[in-house]
Ligand binder design. Structure first.
Ligand SMILES: Cc1cc2nc3c(=O)[nH]c(=O)nc-3n(C[C@H](O)[C@H](O)[C@H](O)COP(=O)(O)OP(=O)(O)OC[C@H]3O[C@@H](n4cnc5c(N)ncnc54)[C@H](O)[C@@H]3O)c2cc1C
Length: 448
């Protein structure tokens, strides 16, 4: 079996010397940090991206690669529409290496209730100009070849797309570096440097960088980092398992999913497969702290969630992970350079079985690789994108809740303009930090 392409054993690709000062430090070299830095560089800012492990080592390489408008929360949809335009121009600029292909996303319904859910989303999304349409059972049967399942119908967005995550994000980082962004791997940010109540820099394991603003795009580690500075938000993580098959004939050119499994064909001819919803949750102190606000989403997802009493050592919400540390000694961010969870073997086998039963003509899908990622999630399944009023100079761009890859370029543009003080072009009210403290009723997005 192939080893996952990015781990802490991968050679360091980005090792610029630590600058004494810059305008903005971005914490985290996932798609959000990289694309924020990209757009800040375009606006003339001197930017440094500090990544504790490897660029795209965590969620941004481990995801399914779906670039979708379909099923989005309506507050995210306009940003996603913009993001798709960016993917198109990025793929013209950077070429084949992104693996960007617009061959559609299809959701498949096994019940009339699911069809009604699709219709309800479509009615609200249509004004945003999406090309999504409902598909009948016959249309689905004519589009997905050789399926032994009889779906009731589907929801299809032809302009939705995919890219190859573990190739795309490092390529984007290389292009950002060519624009002047300073990128440093193996460079954990241990703490913010704060003076007179505002951010004046960051303390990294390699030393201090002075700066006026910091963007926290630390994925699953963001709330651990922020909380140490008194900035609290209810972020948790779930483990999501993925597998890659050996090359197999094409049954559908796009990406598709029902509630049993999701599939899409990679550039190398194999399929990337995943369960429709099943995931693992490790209980830790934050899970108790935020239990009440997560109840609505938990009720929705309860059957798909497998609970475990504790996370592996060193994980962001493991019982033994320190919540406070000194800036002049190794921090939890150096203890795990690349969060590389073991895949759930039972889920891998279930997905192989479900795919084989659905496409008997393809035979048993042989495994090329299996991996997992820790998805950082929020109780309303939408991110936090905001300035921190209580700590001037700190901007949050985190909690992408399992769908931050496709929207990454769009979020990066919005965050760059937030930092620059420019008009944002979109309403970020739903993503504000204060929703967790101002009495707002937390309502989960569609998570279709
Ligand atoms: C299995 C799986 C499937 C998914 N499928 C899709 C999909 O098909 N489509 C989609 O749109 N999204 C998908 N997602 C979600 C998507 O991958 C994420 O939302 C997105 O990658 C988040 O990007 P990020 O930059 O916020 O976080 P990450 O990619 O997790 O990056 C955060 C980075 O910050 C670094 N970091 C953290 N703390 C520090 C620190 N103190 N100092 C320095 N560095 C630090 C980490 O090392 C990490 O590299 C999926 C996710 C998973 C796990």
């Amino acid at each position: 079996m192939m080893a996952f392409p990015i781990s802490d054993a991968s050679p360091v690709q980005f090792s610029a010397p630590l600058p004494e000062a810059c305008d903005v430090v971005v914490i985290g070299g996932g798609v959000i940090g990289v694309m924020t830095a990209w757009h800040l560089a375009d606006r003339g800012f001197r930017v440094t991206v500090c990544e504790k492990g490897r660029i795209a080592g965590e969620q941004s390489s481990r995801n399914w690669g779906w670039v979708r408008q379909q099923g989005r929360d309506l507050a995210e949809l306009p940003i996603m529409v913009e993001s798709l335009r960016q993917w198109q121009s990025l793929s013209q600029e950077l070429g084949e290496g992104l693996g960007f292909r617009q061959e559609g996303v299809m959701y498949l319904a096994k019940t009339e209730a699911e069809m009604e859910g699709f219709e309800a989303w479509l009615a609200e999304a249509r004004p945003h100009g999406v090309d999504t349409r409902m598909m009948s059972a016959a249309e689905v049967g004519g589009t997905i070849q050789g399926a032994a399942k009889a779906w009731k119908g589907g929801l299809f967005t032809p302009s939705d797309a995919r890219a190859e995550p573990w190739a795309a994000v490092p390529l984007l980082a290389g292009a950002a570096q060519a624009k002047g962004v300073v990128i440093i791997e193996n460079c954990a940010v241990r703490a913010l440097d704060v003076a007179a109540g505002r951010v004046t820099g960051v303390i990294t394991e390699q030393g201090r960088i002075g700066c006026d603003q910091v963007v926290l795009a630390g994925g699953a580690w963001s709330s651990l980092f922020a909380r140490a500075h008194g900035v609290k938000f209810p972020q948790l993580s779930v483990r999501a398992t993925v597998l890659a098959t050996e090359p197999l004939p094409e049954v559908f050119a796009g990406n598709a999913a029902d509630d049993d499994f999701a599939f899409r064909r990679r550039k190398d001819g194999g399929y990337t497969l995943a369960p429709g919803g099943a995931h693992d949750f490790f209980i830790g102190p934050d899970a108790f702290r935020h239990a009440a606000v997560y109840l609505p989403v938990l009720k929705k997802d309860f059957r798909a969630t497998r609970f475990h009493p504790a996370a592996p050592t060193g994980y962001p919400d493991a019982w033994g992970t320190p919540r406070r540390w000194a800036a002049d000694a190794p921090s939890p961010f150096e203890a795990i350079r690349v969060l590389n969870p073991a895949p759930n073997a039972r889920i891998v086998a279930d997905v192989q079985r479900a795919f084989a039963a659905c496409f008997p003509g393809l035979g048993w899908p042989k495994l090329r690789a299996a991996w997992a990622g820790m998805i950082d999630t929020m109780p309303d399944v939408v991110p936090v994108i905001d300035r921190v009023a209580a700590l001037p100079g700190l901007v949050l761009a985190t909690g992408m809740s399992g769908h931050g890859f496709g929207i990454g370029p769009g979020i990066g543009r919005v965050v760059a303009d937030l930092v620059a003080g420019n008009p944002l072009g979109h309403d970020l009210h739903r993503f504000r930090l204060s929703r967790f403290s101002d009495g707002t009723k937390i309502a989960p997005g569609p998570s279709l």
